[in-house]
Design a protein around this ligand. Structure first.
Ligand SMILES: C[S@@+](CC[C@H](N)C(=O)[O-])C[C@H]1O[C@@H](n2cnc3c(N)ncnc32)[C@H](O)[C@@H]1O
Length: 261
């Protein structure tokens, strides 16, 4: 297997056939959430920029297909993880059910469900439900000796004591407040529209990678998209492997990582 490389293709096939068994310290997976199917564009929204609901072919499954897909890729991912490895899976209310059931069925231990509160979430235009402003990241581990760099995470905690010292983690919870990626960090095409509908914030990856891996470890992202995991892993002196099925996104992430280097 090659490191610091983007493999093109289906992540199941690649995890099964190309990635060494028990070689990966940390997997961050941001799979299709299966929330596509209807479009909603708030192109001229004045409160926080344009919003486009995710509506992609790669994100469209029926319920049975989605459960089978989830079982298949999580099983393949587990086979690549070291015995003390961690698997972080991002999701929303649309797919957290499948992820929790499959994780349990495949013998993983759930350590936390991180809650990402999106301060600039899509406005609630239907006014028929509470505003959807959160995503989740389920942190699963394979065995007992998982990595959690408590002292490092304490340093990341923006809250300090009156004397400026790092605080215990009582006020740095499994609750993360971060905007959806906008501004300079967002990759955009010539028309100003986002190049990828679900680019994750680098700050979220910085937290996860520093918490659950060490310098030199190999980090795998089976749904690489714009390469956020690779960019941050590179910055934090970790090795990385990305898998992505869509050539357009691969080109985009290659450019992004080159720029980071
Ligand atoms: C939710 S996005 C990931 C976004 C990424 N975290 C980022 O920050 O840009 C999911 C990605 O998985 C890719 N994908 C979907 N099915 C796949 C599969 N079976 N194997 C590999 N990649 C796949 C899609 O093309 C899409 O770019």
């Amino acid at each position: 297997m090659e490191i610091n490389k983007i493999y093109k293709g289906d992540c199941n096939e690649i995890m099964q056939n190309e990635i060494d068994k028990e070689s990966i310290s940390l997997i961050f997976a941001d799979p299709p959430y299966n929330l596509s199917g209807s479009s909603l564009n708030l192109k001229n929204n004045k409160t926080g920029g344009a919003f486009y609901k995710v509506n992609e072919d790669w994100d469209t499954f029926d319920d049975k297909e989605y459960l089978d897909f989830t079982k298949k890729w999580i099983k393949s991912a587990i086979s690549t993880l070291k015995s003390n490895g961690s698997l972080y899976i991002s999701c929303t209310q649309h797919n957290i059910g499948e992820i929790l059931i499959v994780g349990k069925e495949l013998g993983l231990k759930l350590n936390n469900i991180l809650i990402w509160y999106k301060v600039n979430a899509m406005p609630n235009i239907t006014k028929r439900t509470f505003t959807h402003s959160t995503e989740f990241v389920c942190w699963f581990v394979k065995g007992k000796n998982w990595v959690f760099n408590y002292e490092t995470v304490k340093k990341i905690n923006p809250n300090k004591t009156k004397t400026g010292a790092d605080k215990q983690m009582r006020d740095f919870l499994d609750f993360i407040t971060l905007p959806i990626v906008q501004g300079k960090e967002r990759l955009r095409g010539d028309n100003g529209r986002a190049l990828h509908p679900t680019q994750k914030p680098e700050r979220l990856l910085e937290l996860i990678i520093q918490a659950s891996s060490n310098k030199g470890d190999i980090i795998l992202d089976p749904f690489f998209g714009t390469g956020t995991t690779g960019v941050v892993a590179q910055r934090l002196q970790r090795k990385w492997i990305g898998i992505e099925i869509n050539e357009k996104y691969i080109e985009m992430s290659k450019k992004r990582i080159k720029k980071e280097k």
